[in-house]
Design a protein around this ligand. Structure first.
Ligand code: NAI
Ligand code: 3PY
Length: 326
């Protein structure tokens, strides 16, 4: 008998077809994303679960007595309560690598947008205000030849570093849990302390996972260490930044501008002061969202799910849960 899995997120038809060849399944068909309550009601028989970022914790696992594996269509897995999964031997998988280049493209787009004030200028042109006065009230700052500091030089951080180095001739500083000698050589990058990075960079880009250790990694003290002319980019998770401190830094010209794909609360509240600031470029957590890359992510997540519920080793088990396979 085929194992039974529940798909809480839609996947492309080809991917669904692949799952159907290896598993029996049900899927969420609502027009809106599945609610927590609806998800809990679906889990009684499920041996596998496909999600994107839904919280996997004790409460959910108590509703899923037959569950063996959770496959996240996402590389970040801060939605996994790893302890709760470990104690029940639940395999957890994610989608690394297939999205690196797409997220890196978006990181660079945010850097350029904030530096050259693209959304602000676009809005003016569309409002019939042709503003390009020579005295420069709407001039931007250069990206080429400047210093980029990357906090979190992992798979995506490195892809952004390559674009910055070879596309924009930038000088690369980085701070990471460990030094990466190959990356230093390939990008002529310099490992520095976080404080040095903040003090010396023209662009500071955050690309760490969200963990207890990285919660509010950027706060008032860190923003005050940055240059007044610097641009801050967050394409990691919103909770890595103390948003009140960021708002204060932007309002008081402690830093020049910010580009944000992620927020502490998502969807961001329409009342969030960040949305009122002209020196902030905002996006709705869309870093990996191209048709091609979302397809590759869904495909990898399906392969992980099918392997795990059929007793095979999935290619992308998250490091903290690898022990469960032994
Ligand atoms: N905005 C978006 O749509 C997307 C956001 N992400 C986020 O980006 C994160 C990174 O993804 P990858 O590059 O694939 O992960 P990765 O695991 O390859 O890289 C993360 C790097 O951060 C470093 N790190 C961890 N804690 C640190 C700390 N306290 N200080 C300095 N460095 C630290 C690690 O050593 C590692 O090199 C994901 O966990 C996810 O949260 C990923 C994809 C899309
Ligand atoms: O993969 C992730 O971690 C994302 O945030 C969205 O792709």
């Amino acid at each position: 008998m085929k194992p039974y899995v529940y798909l809480a997120r839609p996947v492309p038809p080809e991917v669904e077809d692949y799952i159907s060849q290896h598993c029996s399944y049900k899927k969420w068909e609502g027009a809106e994303p599945i609610t927590r309550k609806e998800l809990l009601e679906q889990l009684g028989e499920a041996q596998g679960l496909l999600i994107t970022g839904e919280k996997i914790d004790d409460e959910l696992l108590d509703h899923a007595p037959n569950l063996k594996a959770v496959s996240n269509i996402s590389v970040g897995y801060n939605n996994f309560d790893l302890e709760a999964m470990q104690k029940r031997n639940i395999i957890g998988t994610n989608t690394p690598d297939v999205l690196n280049e797409t997220v890196a493209d978006l990181g660079v787009a945010l850097m350029l947008s904030a530096a050259r004030r693209i959304p602000e200028l676009d809005k003016l042109v569309k409002e019939g205000k042709w503003e390009n006065k020579d005295d420069g009230p709407l001039f931007g700052v250069d990206m080429h030849g400047k210093t980029l500091g990357i906090i979190g030089m992992g798979r995506i951080g490195e892809a952004i570093g390559r674009r910055a180095k070879f596309g924009f001739n930038m000088n690369i500083l980085y701070h990471n849990r460990n030094r990466k000698m190959d990356t230093e050589k390939a990008l002529d990058a310099t490992f520095v302390t976080q404080e040095e990075l903040l003090q010396e960079s023209d662009f500071v880009l955050l690309m760490v996972p969200f963990t207890q250790e990285t919660k509010h990694l950027m706060g008032r003290e860190q923003f005050s260490q940055m240059k007044k002319s610097a641009i801050f980019i967050n394409t990691s998770r919103g909770q890595t930044v103390d948003e009140d401190s960021l708002i204060e830094a932007l309002q008081n010209n402690v830093i020049f501008a910010a580009g944000l794909d992620v927020f502490e609360q998502e969807p961001v509240s329409p009342d969030n002061p960040l949305l009122q600031l002209s020196n902030v470029v905002t996006l709705p957590h869309i870093g990996s969202a191209t048709h091609q890359t979302r397809f590759e992510m869904a495909k990898l997540a399906a392969e992980n799910l099918v392997a795990a519920v059929n007793g095979e080793e999935p290619s992308a088990v998250v490091p903290e849960l690898k022990g469960i396979l032994k």
